[in-house]
Structure formats: C-alpha cells, structure tokens
Design a protein around this ligand. Structure first.
Ligand SMILES: Cc1cc2nc3c(=O)[nH]c(=O)nc-3n(C[C@H](O)[C@H](O)[C@H](O)COP(=O)(O)OP(=O)(O)OC[C@H]3O[C@@H](n4cnc5c(N)ncnc54)[C@H](O)[C@@H]3O)c2cc1C
Length: 169
C-alpha cells in the first residue's frame, strides 16, 4: 500500500519545483518497479492541479490514494500556468465592491465561448467555483485584493490571484 498525505504532496511539489527544467528519471534515481501491485481506494492519474486536488482529499476522507504521473516531475500545466482562477461571487469580490454571481459568470462564459461550447459543463464549473474558493481559503490560500482582475470576455473583474503572485501588467 502507498499512502499519499497532503504534506508528502507539498514536499514533492517543492522538491520538483527546484529541479524542474532538465530532470531525467535516472538523475533522480527513479527506476521502474519490477513488480507493481499496489492497491488503493482512489487511483489518481495525473499529478496536475485536478489530480492533486483530488488526491489531497484522501486522508480527510479516510481513504488511501495512489497518484500516477507519467512524467518525472509533478505539476503538469498547473505548475506553469499564470495562476488566475476565474470565480464569480466570491467574498473578496464583495469586499472589493465587485457585484458578481455564478449566474453572471455563467452568462459571460456562455457568450464568450460560443459557438461550440457545452453550457452544461459551464454550469458545473460556475456552480462549483464558490466551493473551490472556500476550499482553497480554508487550506490557507490567500487571495489578493489587488489580484482580482478583469480578463477577456468577463463583464466584471473575476480572475483571482493568490499570494505569492506575479500580477500581469
Ligand atoms: C502557459 C499557461 C498559462 C495558463 N494560465 C492559466 C490561468 O491563468 N488560469 C487558468 O485557469 N488556466 C490557465 N491555464 C490552463 C491551466 O493551466 C490548465 O487548464 C490546468 O492546469 C489543467 O489542470 P489539469 O490538472 O487538468 O492538467 P495538468 O495540470 O496539465 O495535469 C495533468 C497531469 O497528468 C499527467 N498525465 C497525462 N496523461 C497521463 C497518463 N496517461 N498517465 C499519467 N499521467 C498523465 C501530465 O503529465 C500532467 O502532470 C494555463 C495554461 C498554460 C499552459
């Protein structure tokens, strides 16, 4: 059995961050196991933002997790992205006097991504955005008041940046 705790994942991310760029499996002493028959309650494929977000919930839910990553570094696109999270109707927006809601976020996204979008998926995204905000805030993520930015296709500032951040412009 292999268990993945939040602390282990954080340490792994920090370690990979320092070696990102020219990592080779051999240099890191990573070898393919000859026999591999671990079991877990949850097997996550891909150690990017989505996968690791699912994985860190494991210990809280009392379940064992295995994360499978095809690259010798974790993080995926998430580790190199600009870090702006679009959410509509958050506390920090309210504190900034920005009137927003999941409904307005939905309207903007549907209009901006038409034609060819899938409104039912957009709905899932906007309906879960406030839970995402709460979840991150409860984990200790600090949203920056000056980091709530306007972005293409959005009628109000709703691209949230966190500390530490390098804000565009
Ligand atoms: C330059 C850049 C800037 C961006 N800026 C923003 C931004 O500001 N705001 C925003 O919301 N989005 C931004 N994005 C998009 C955002 O980064 C992605 O939508 C998001 O990171 C996707 O997360 P993910 O977990 O689905 O995928 P990823 O973070 O890419 O993780 C997927 C992981 O799965 C692994 N994997 C894939 N296939 C397998 C397999 N078969 N077996 C094992 N592992 C596998 C990959 O190696 C990777 O580690 C940006 C993207 C880029 C490239």
């Amino acid at each position: 059995m292999t268990d993945v705790t939040r602390r282990k994942l954080e340490n792994s991310l920090k370690e990979e961050e320092t070696t990102r760029g020219s990592v080779k499996k051999e240099e890191k002493g990573i070898t393919q196991p000859e026999k591999w028959d671990y079991e877990a309650d949850l097997v996550v494929v891909g150690a990017g933002g989505a996968g690791l977000s699912a994985a860190v919930q494991g210990p809280d839910e009392g379940i064992e997790v295995i994360v499978l990553e095809m690259l010798p570094v974790v993080g995926g696109s998430t580790a190199i992205c600009n870090g702006g999270i679009a959410m509509g109707g958050t506390l920090i927006q309210k504190e900034q006097g920005i009137e927003d809601s999941p409904e307005l976020f939905y309207k903007d996204l549907v209009e901006f991504t038409a034609p060819g979008n899938r409104p039912e998926l957009i709905k899932v995204h906007v309906d879960n955005a406030l839970d995402l905000y709460e979840w991150l805030a409860n984990l200790g993520v600090k949203f920056l008041p000056e980091g709530v930015l306007g972005t293409m296709g959005m009628s109000v500032p709703r691209e949230h940046h966190t500390e530490p951040a390098v804000l565009p412009g």
